[in-house]
Each structure stands twice: as C-alpha cells, then as structure tokens.
Design a protein around this ligand. Structure first.
Ligand SMILES: Cc1cc2nc3c(=O)[nH]c(=O)nc-3n(C[C@H](O)[C@H](O)[C@H](O)COP(=O)(O)OP(=O)(O)OC[C@H]3O[C@@H](n4cnc5c(N)ncnc54)[C@H](O)[C@@H]3O)c2cc1C
Length: 480
C-alpha cells in the first residue's frame, strides 16, 4: 500500500494521523494544521459519562432521545462506551480540562443531557483539544504534512477503487498523490447556508468528492440549527454556547420566556424560529450567571467584538446552521462504500446523531472515528466488499466543466428551502435550480441536500416539513 492520504486536519484527521503512527501517512490541509477547522471553534466540550451518577447507558439513552429515535443504536452504544477512554486519552496527551476544587473533572450540563457530562477547557475546549492533538502530530516523523494544499478530486481505478487524489498547491498547480487509501476528514458544510456558525470554508467538499466517485451518502437533509447564534450582520455568526443555558441563561421573546432552554437543539431552534417569524425580539439573558465573563471568557470576547456586554446585555439570537448529521455513509471501521475510502468526523455519517445531534457528541465522534479508520487501515485490504447499502445511481454526478457558481445564490436557495422549516414546493424549486449547478462542488452538495429533503416528506428531528404538519392539521379537522 502507498502512504495513506488523510484529507483535512481538524480533530478527526489529526486523530487518524496520530493513531496511524508509526505507519506513515500524508496529511493534506488548505492552511496550517489547525486553520479553518470547526474543531478549533468548539466551545462547550466533549461528552462522556464520567460523573458518579452517570453511565454510558444513560449517555446512549440521551443520544437516542435527542436524535428523535432514528439513530443507529449499535453505533450509539459503541461511541458512548468509548467516551470515557477518549477523554482519558486526551487528558494524557495534555488537554488542560477544567477541574473542580476537589480535583475532579468539572463536568458541564448541556441541552438534552440528563446528567452533567461535558468535559471542557474553559469555553475554548475545541481549541485546547485540537491544538494538543496537532502538537502530538507535529512531533511524529511518520506524518508528512502537506500544508497549504487542497484536495479537489478523488481518483478511482477501473474497479471503482481509490487510486489517488488530485490536490492543488498554494500556487494553483495540480499534483496527483497516488495511493489506494484515502481518509476523508473534511468537516461540515454549514457555509452553504446564509447563516452559519461554521468556518466560511466549510462547503462540504468532502461529500462532493466522495459522491462523485460513487460513495453512498445518507441523511444529508438532517442538519442541525444551533438556536443561539448571535444575531449580527456577520458571516459566520458568532456562537453563544449551549453551556450558557446549562449555566442558567434564559431565552425570552419580547421579554417573555417561551421555551425550556435545555431541550434538544431541534426543539429550541424551532421555538426560536417561530418567535422570530411572529416578529418578536428573541434575546439570550445571561445576567444571572455568576462570574459569567470569567467562566465564558471567549464568548465574552466575541460579544464584545460586536458591541455587547455578556454580563449585562440582552443578546439578540437566531438559529444558524451548525452541524451536518448526515454525510458519507460509513461502517464501524469508518469505511465507505468505495473500496479504499474511509470517512471520519463530521463529513461521515455514522448514525450516532440520528435526526438531531446531542450537544458535545461530535468531538467525541471525531476521535472515535479517526482511531477506527487508523485501526482499519493498518494492515487492511483496501479492496473490501462494501458493507454499507448500495448507492442510488441518481446521486452520482461525475465532475464536468462549467462556469463558477455564485455561492451567494446557493446560500439563498438553501436558506429558503432547507432552513429550520421546509415545504415541498420550495424544495422542488430548489432541486430544479440546483441541478443546473452540479458541475460545481458547492452546487452539487446543495442539490444533494435539497433532493434528500424533498424525498423525506415526514418531519423527524431537525427535518421539519411544515407541509406535512398542514396536511395533518387538515386531516384532523372534525367535519361539521
Ligand atoms: C462554533 C462551533 C462550536 C462547536 N462546539 C462543539 C462542542 O462544544 N462540542 C462538540 O462536540 N462539537 C462542537 N462543534 C462541532 C464540532 O466542532 C465539529 O463537528 C467537529 O470539530 C468536526 O471535526 P472534523 O475534524 O470532522 O472537521 P473540522 O474540524 O471542520 O476539520 C475539517 C478539516 O478539513 C479541511 N478541509 C476541508 N476541505 C478540504 C479539502 N478540499 N482539502 C483539504 N482539506 C480540506 C479543513 O480545512 C479542516 O482542516 C462545534 C462546531 C462549531 C462550528
């Protein structure tokens, strides 16, 4: 086997590179190791059943419930069982998790969790974890980091198995890395929407690359809107972590409380959206949280940059696209339906999140899938028989030439058709228009998302079809 190529250096890609060691690998990333990674932006932390009153079974049950009971129970059990070990590993590598006065890990409460179980490093947990993993990777002679390189195409042989990756260097020159093992770790796709908490580079390119070579994708319509992004004219929107609500922040609309703040995100996001649609002013009130500015220093700084004081102001909030539950379908070893292609972290669809991710489960998933891919690659036969279900051939659109797509148009279409609330008519229009943009990776991924949303007429978790609700309401009317 040639050196495996890992595409992306967020927590999932870094973990895969670290876990592969001492086996060699190439790590391709558009910036330096930690640039442009959502992993760096995570505020809340990483979930694990570490408290005395907690168990992996309770963590799993909360994950199932938050995911609207459509998650993959075997995956959920496997990943929640691994969680305490993952936090132990990160602590061993040097992540400075917060501790209580008596020396125990300080565990925060977040929405949808029945126990306090989020290990954190202040409110910059993602940066602390990702920097620690990046430092560990930098010290490894086995990792050849190709910084300032961007992958643009996967190459397959006549059997449909991976045989290389086409990469652009900083000058725009194309190089081909020959390999029969590629790990996609390209993160999410939030920047395809007009309001997002994701890095502006999170355009779902990994999904496009994989789907173009025939990889199965699932649940692309299942995207999570975070209910409390700061509502300011910025792209992306600054995030006000859920841990604020866990610490006692409340949501008000025109001064009245309207929702239980610690319900799962899909419920709170839909409630906030309804209030905004009704023309009310939705605010996050953190004034009752003691020492809020020291406990949430990074959030306080973000607020300050937009002219708000976290300790005394009522903060305008709105839902913003935060996380993709769907993605490239993988098995327990992070293998996709294309021989030689693994997918890890947010670009993958493991089934952990069901129809709505439980807060702080994705850093966990990034580490677990990164390690699973490394274990699988070591000594693996890259010409496996896919274990995931067959691919719908209609979703496989090979690359073709075409004019550059206006990202603004893609965002407007997805914002209007695949927002917090969806309906069949706008989805049909979106699918038709986006089909014309599929030569471009952003247009292609947006089309896959809208198509998936159109093909799922029933409301589940974060996928809320208002046309179904209207039909149901009409069907329930009692005739006179
Ligand atoms: C503001 C914010 C707060 C969050 N808070 C939490 C939290 O508290 N807890 C939690 O569990 N989750 C949280 N999440 C979600 C979590 O951060 C992500 O799901 C997770 O970090 C994804 O990790 P990843 O490695 O898969 O992707 P990323 O960290 O996004 O890394 C993707 C990498 O791929 C690279 N890349 C992309 N395209 C290409 C290409 N074509 N070629 C080469 N490289 C490419 C990127 O540059 C980057 O290096 C949060 C997300 C956001 C945005």
């Amino acid at each position: 086997m040639n050196k495996p190529v890992i595409i992306g250096s967020g927590l999932a890609g870094l973990t895969a590179a670290w876990a592969l060691s001492p086996a060699d690998c190439v790590l391709v990333t558009p910036g330096t190791l930690t640039d442009n990674a959502a992993s760096m932006w995570a505020q809340g932390g990483i979930a694990a059943a570490l408290a005395d009153d907690d168990t992996p079974e309770l963590h799993a049950a909360d994950t199932v419930r938050a995911g609207a009971f459509v998650g993959d129970t075997r995956t959920i059990r496997r990943i929640t069982e691994a969680a305490t070990d993952v936090v132990g590993l990160l602590a061993e590598l040097g992540v400075p998790f917060d501790h209580t006065a008596d020396g125990r890990l300080d565990l925060a409460l977040e929405g949808g969790h029945s126990r306090s179980r989020v290990a954190h490093a202040g409110d910059s947990s993602g940066a602390a974890i990702t920097r620690t993993m990046a430092a560990a990777v930098r010290g490894l002679p086995s990792v050849q980091a190709l910084e300032r390189h961007t992958a643009r195409r996967l190459l397959t042989d006549s059997d449909g198995a991976i045989c290389g990756v086409e990469v652009l260097d900083a000058s725009g020159a194309v190089l081909v890395l020959e390999t029969d093992a590629v790990v996609l770790a390209t993160g999410g796709m939030g920047a395809l929407w007009p309001c997002t908490t994701n890095p502006a580079t999170a355009l779902g390119q990994g999904v496009a690359m994989a789907a173009r070579v025939g990889a199965r994708t699932d649940d692309l319509h299942l995207v999570q809107f975070h209910p409390t992004a700061l509502d300011v004219p910025a792209f992306p929107n600054p995030l006000l972590t859920e841990a604020l609500r866990g610490a006692g922040a409340i949501l008000t609309a025109d001064g009245e409380r309207f929702v239980h703040e610690l319900q799962p995100r899909d419920v709170v996001a839909a409630a906030v959206w309804e209030q905004l649609r009704a023309g009310r002013q939705v605010r996050l009130d953190c004034r009752e949280i003691s020492s809020v500015v020291t406990r949430f220093a990074a959030v306080a700084e973000l607020c300050g940059a937009h002219g708000f004081d976290l300790a005394s102001d009522l903060l305008p909030v709105r839902p913003a696209l935060h996380y993709a539950m769907g993605g490239v379908t993988v098995d327990a070893q992070a293998r996709t339906s294309v021989p030689g292609l693994w997918a890890v972290g947010e670009v993958s669809r493991t089934g952990l999140h069901g129809a709505n991710r439980l807060a702080s489960n994705s850093l966990l998933e990034a580490v677990v899938t990164g390690r699973a891919a490394a274990d699988s690659i070591r000594g693996a036969d890259t010409r496996w028989t896919p274990r995931v279900l067959p691919v719908d051939p209609a979703t496989v659109v090979p690359p073709s030439a075409g004019a550059a797509v206006d990202l603004g148009e893609v965002r407007t279409i997805l914002g209007a058709s695949c927002g917090v609330l969806r309906d069949g008519e706008s989805l049909e229009g979106a699918v038709d228009r986006l089909a014309e943009l599929r030569h471009d990776d952003a247009g292609y991924v947006a089309w896959l998302v809208a198509r998936s949303a159109l093909l799922h007429p029933h409301t589940v978790g974060a996928h809320r079809r208002i046309d179904e609700q209207l039909e149901t309401a009409a069907a329930q009317e009692v005739p006179a």
